[in-house]
Design a protein around this ligand. Structure first.
Ligand code: ADP
Ligand code: MG
Length: 250
């Protein structure tokens, strides 16, 4: 379970997140949508202190942290309980697929080497890349690299995986294999918080869709409600634009 209470983030005088309250149950798949520059990435990044939040509390599993008083140990614990998938994969270029997955287990989770590599091999099998164990990122397709990045996030068995537009920088031909892996995870009820513009993923996979704008949660609900019967004019306006864009792309 994750709970954000009155979570705020200010950059100087700019209020990017304004007292966000959000609870995500274990096993829940939550998709965040909203216009560009509205704080979606910042929200994810605050949960594991990639950004220092300004105020509020963060609960992940058994741990509740008041962000103003977070100790180093608190931040490390939050990072152990969360895993992050970035838009641009963020793999180590000088490490193989196997090493990239093992790295987090060794460095963040402090696993012994043998156990970490055994787990990394198991994960490579699970993500369908067993034969790429010794391949370096530069020799893999964008889709394969992002699957390795997701494998790295899966490996530690974190409470929640945070995805920040995981398919946005992929060539169109690689999008489906990455969404397919995410669907596999969702079917296993891995708790996931996903920022994406892939409306079909949101519609088919999410338990809940959250529309954010201007640092606030404007509206949230099951995908059928948000997509077919949005209430707030800002949600309606955003969905119209997104649908127009994706139709133009067809
Ligand atoms: P989104 O992911 O929804 O596109 P972001 O969370 O990246 O939005 O950014 C939200 C706002 O915060 C934007 O106006 C952006 O310019 C601002 N912002 C993000 N990171 C920083 C930073 N390190 N310093 C100052 N402003 C930032
Ligand atoms: Mg973003």
């Amino acid at each position: 379970m994750i709970k954000l209470a009155s979570l705020s983030k200010h950059f100087g005088k700019t209020v990017v997140l304004d007292e966000i309250d959000l609870t995500i149950e274990k096993g829940e798949i939550v998709v965040i949508i909203g216009p560009s520059g509205t704080g979606k990435s910042t929200l994810l990044r605050c949960i594991n202190f990639l950004e220092q939040p300004t105020a509020g509390t963060i609960t992940v599993g058994d741990l509740t942290v008041d962000v103003k008083q977070a100790s180093r140990a608190d931040i490390l614990s939050l990072r152990r309980q969360t895993a992050f998938v970035f838009q641009n994969y963020a793999l180590f270029a000088n490490k193989t697929a196997l090493q990239n997955i093992a790295e987090r287990l060794l460095v963040v989770d402090k696993w012994p080497k043998e156990k970490a590599y055994e787990k990394a091999r198991e994960i490579l099998g699970k993500i369908g890349l067993a034969e790429k164990a010794d391949a370096y990122p530069a020799s893999m397709s964008g889709g394969q690299q992002q699957r390795v990045a997701i494998g790295r996030a899966m490996a530690a068995g974190a409470e929640v995986i945070l995805f920040d537009e995981p398919t946005s920088s992929l060539d169109p031909e690689w999008v489906e294999e990455v969404l397919g892996l995410m669907k596999q995870l969702a079917a296993e009820r891995q708790t996931m918080l996903v920022v994406t513009h892939e409306m079909s993923f949101a519609r088919d996979v999410a338990d809940r869709v959250i529309f954010v704008d201007g640092g606030h949660i404007v509206e949230q609900g099951p995908p059928s409600d948000i997509f077919q019967n949005p209430k707030d004019p800002r949600t309606k306006d955003f969905l119209k634009k997104i649908i127009a864009t994706s139709e133009a792309a067809l």
